[in-house]
Design a protein around this ligand. Structure first.
Ligand code: NAD
Length: 313
């Protein structure tokens, strides 16, 4: 029988896209999600063969139940957003750290082969060196970043202490189809695109010169697939990005071109806990896993805009 992959957060943006790839590769998929920010339509789009366990990471019995018969875990579920964690650090910690500990412990006890964990570029925080490489000392500046780094450390410790293979992927601002523009804590790309389509002003925090290594979803899906099956990567953390950065004004300009008119910008205060620039070195993942970004920034933005306009998000 084909391997069973448990995808936590499989109803969300990244998890549902990884699920598509696993199914394409012939794997079986079980999704664990509480649908707090994920969508039932994302699960429905995956087809009837996908199992769903509705539950909260904080419920250890439910997590253990979901782990039965699983070969690989793709752990995406989390309370995303730096801003959200500044508003409510307790729930960020409970879900992102303790929830991950539940996953690791249940995976260890169930004899899972490997856990691939969704970490974040936010762990680098206010270290000014660019590009960010994995040997830099993390320096988180938000509760979210602390939670992502803590869970990453638990992954490493579970690899060393218990022999549970884990891989942590530090995503750098992922964007693409199925990323929702509708929550209070939505990411900047879908937010700008939604505002542009609706003809309302874009809200820019600060001067708009803050830049990120924006990474199209297909590249992140590829990194996850390689992480399940590459040799010699257990216990390691890897940047997942494109290795270049773009600022918010550039995005506003590009989206303006897509809609065929310049967009009105409304500058508001900078957000607490945000970092100014991110840009990744992707040498480690390229050399150890053969990862190579296949969709660049402009192409990815076009695909995302077309999907949003067609009503896919
Ligand atoms: N999107 C990015 O740019 C980005 C960047 C760095 C890291 N990440 C990480 O990648 C992962 C996926 O992010 P995403 O953008 O797909 O977010 P998302 O909000 O679309 O997906 C998260 C999923 O987790 C589920 N979830 C949340 N809390 C849960 C809980 N307590 N129990 C069970 N399910 C729960 C949600 O319902 C949702 O389906 C997260 O761990 C996030 O921290 C994302």
């Amino acid at each position: 029988m084909a391997d069973l992959y448990l995808i936590t957060g499989g109803a969300g943006f990244i998890g549902s896209n990884v699920a598509d790839e696993i199914l394409k590769q012939g794997g079986r998929v079980r999704i664990f999600d509480d649908f707090s920010s994920g969508f039932r339509e994302n699960v429905k789009a995956l087809g009837a063969g996908v199992e769903v366990v509705e539950g909260d990471l904080r419920d250890y019995d439910k997590v253990r139940e979901a782990m039965d018969g699983v070969s690989y875990v793709c752990h995406q579920a989390a309370l995303r957003s730096v801003e959200r964690s500044v508003d409510d650090p307790l729930s960020s910690d409970a879900v992102n750290v303790h929830g991950t500990l539940h996953i690791l412990t249940a995976a260890r006890d169930a004899g899972v082969r490997r856990v691939v964990y969704a970490s974040s570029s936010s762990v680098y925080g206010d270290s000014t060196e660019l590009p960010k490489h994995e040997k830099l000392t993390p320096s988180p500046v938000s509760p979210y970043a602390v939670s992502k780094l803590s869970a990453e450390l638990y992954c490493r410790v579970y690899s060393k202490l218990y022999g549970l293979e884990t891989v942590a992927l530090r995503y750098f601002n992922v964007f693409g189809p199925r990323q929702s523009p509708s929550s209070q804590y939505a990411a900047v790309v879908p937010l700008f695109m939604r505002a542009a389509i609706d003809g309302v002003a874009l809200e820019i925090h600060g001067d708009g010169k803050q830049s990120r290594d924006f990474t199209y979803i297909d590249n992140v899906v590829q990194a996850n697939w390689r992480s399940f099956h590459s040799e010699g990567v257990a216990g390691e953390a890897f940047n997942v990005a494109c290795g270049e950065r773009h600022d918010l004004l550039e995005i506003a300009d590009l989206v303006g071109k897509f809609v065929g008119r310049p967009l009105e910008l409304n500058h508001v205060d900078s957000r607490r806990g945000d970092v100014k620039h991110t840009e990744a070195s992707i040498d480690k993942i390229c050399s150890m896993m053969g990862y190579e970004p296949t969709v660049g920034f402009v192409d990815g933005m076009r695909k995302t805009f077309d999907a949003l306009q067609a009503g896919a998000n």
